[in-house]
Write a protein that binds this ligand. Structure first.
Ligand SMILES: [Zn+2]
Length: 450
């Protein structure tokens, strides 16, 4: 495909693979290297690692901080070739077991094109390890243990209201064995810092926020060179201090040192990780029943879905078949936009007439001039972000009515009164602000790509 290409019309298309996403065990197979916890297990550098005792009988490979030289595609190919040519008992050399088919791909750098998946490495790796250290009874005598605050944290998690962009309500740490990767991620990025502030000993808290900050920076929609360097520095600091604070045996995450370089090569962490596949696993699971001919069932279900959208256009309008087919292919309510206020803002739900109290009417008209009619609505879709009002969500378990305005002010939207592209934010019948669309920050709290 990268040389011959395919011809579409008058155009010739060539495809090249730019990057490969895999968890650590799969990456070892793709790169034909030793397991990630073996000697020279790092896929990026030549850190040999050391064996540390983790229990009376157990041992594990750890990676004390070391400024090891970085692997290159050429070296990997040369080592792989040498290993394969040694006829007597070929042994891995510097972690390389032999050649990989990926080495034959043009434009594909076996080292730089392989991502470090932050879902497995950071979210299910470092974050899970830290939660275990902080809350497991095994470490309750250690100075970092906050097990005694477990019920307080659980209560806070269970009572927390989150915006609609966080699709799952936080669950207590008692259910941690059932937590999915995105629950660890949400905990790390959004809940953990305010929850652990004042609970985790200061030394450990200051150390932990290095991780959160570093990952937050690397998840940005655009990252400056300066921030990239800063993330590299603080993640290195975090990795080094793991040994000093928790003990050398927990220094198993040397790849954190390479995350920033991966972002430099492949883009922010959100565009190359296994979260996509985790979501697809759920989608795929819905496409088959039982265990027989799973792949055939999936293909049939996907092709049926693709065909379904074209069925209504082939049926006579007004017939029962047409109504039924339309119903089956109906889009969700969020995409049925009735009224467009501006290029990217739509009210969701019914627009109601609103009769403001006199003092509000006077205040609005002092700003906006005489208004013939006031309309109000409780939810707006801003880009792909749903912002609700406090009134609407009183009975809901979410909180999507806190917004961050461009001037840095946080506002709570009780209900919005709409006039052209201006909104009056009300709370307890007091005006909290009159804003127009450009005052809303696009990235309210949770950027959609995270
Ligand atoms: Zn390394």
């Amino acid at each position: 495909m990268d040389v011959a290409g395919i011809t579409v019309g008058e155009k010739k298309l060539r495809c090249i693979i730019l990057s490969a996403v895999a968890d650590a065990p799969a990456k070892c197979l793709l790169m034909n290297t030793v397991q990630f916890n073996g000697r020279y297990g790092c896929p990026v550098c030549y850190n040999e690692g050391q064996v540390a005792q983790v229990s009376e009988r157990g041992h594990s490979r750890v990676y004390p901080f070391e400024d090891s030289s970085l692997r290159t595609h050429e070296e990997m190919r040369n080592i792989g070739t040498a290993v394969e040519q040694s006829f007597i008992d070929p042994q891995p050399d510097s972690g390389v077991k032999g050649l990989s088919v990926f080495m034959k791909l043009a434009h594909f750098d076996i080292v730089r094109a392989h991502t470090i998946d932050y879902m497995h490495c950071v979210v299910l790796g470092v974050m899970r390890m830290l939660l275990n250290l902080w809350f497991d009874s095994l470490y309750s005598k250690k100075e970092w243990s906050v097990r005694s605050s477990l019920s307080r944290i659980n209560e806070a998690l269970e009572n927390m209201k989150v915006p609609s962009c966080i699709t799952r309500k936080p669950r207590s740490l008692d259910t941690i064995v059932h937590w999915k990767a995105f629950e660890y991620k949400n905990f790390m990025l959004y809940f953990s810092v305010p929850l652990l502030y004042g609970i985790l000993p200061k030394l450990y808290f200051n150390h932990y926020i290095l991780l959160v900050e570093g990952i937050f920076v690397l998840l940005g929609s655009s990252i400056s060179q300066l921030n990239l360097k800063r993330a590299k520095r603080i993640l290195a600091e975090f990795s080094i201090q793991v040994g000093e604070l928790y003990g050398e045996r927990f220094m198993t995450f040397n790849v954190l040192l390479h995350l920033s370089d991966k972002v430099k090569d492949l883009g922010p962490l959100w565009c190359h990780n296994c979260f996509f596949y985790e979501d697809y696993n759920g989608d795929l699971r819905k496409l088959f029943h039982g265990t027989k001919q799973v792949e055939l069932q999936i293909v049939l279900a996907v092709s049926s879905q693709l065909k379904a959208n074209s069925i209504p256009s082939r049926l006579q309008v007004g017939t029962e078949e047409h109504v039924f087919a339309k119903h089956l292919t109906r889009k969700s309510h969020l995409t049925r936009r009735r009224l467009q206020i501006s290029s990217s803002m739509f009210p969701v739900g019914v627009l109601k007439q609103f009769v403001p109290e006199d003092h509000i009417k006077q205040a609005i008209e002092a700003e906006e001039g005489i208004m013939v009619q006031y309309n109000t609505f409780y939810r707006i879709l801003l880009g792909n972000r749903l912002i609700s009002s406090e009134v609407y969500e009183r009975t809901q378990k979410q909180l999507s009515y806190a917004v961050l305005l461009k001037n840095g002010v946080y506002a709570l939207v009780l209900c919005t009164v709409y006039k052209l592209d201006r909104y009056v934010l009300l709370r307890s019948n007091q005006i909290t602000g009159i804003v127009s669309q450009q005052h809303f920050r696009r990235r309210n709290f949770v950027p959609s790509h995270m």
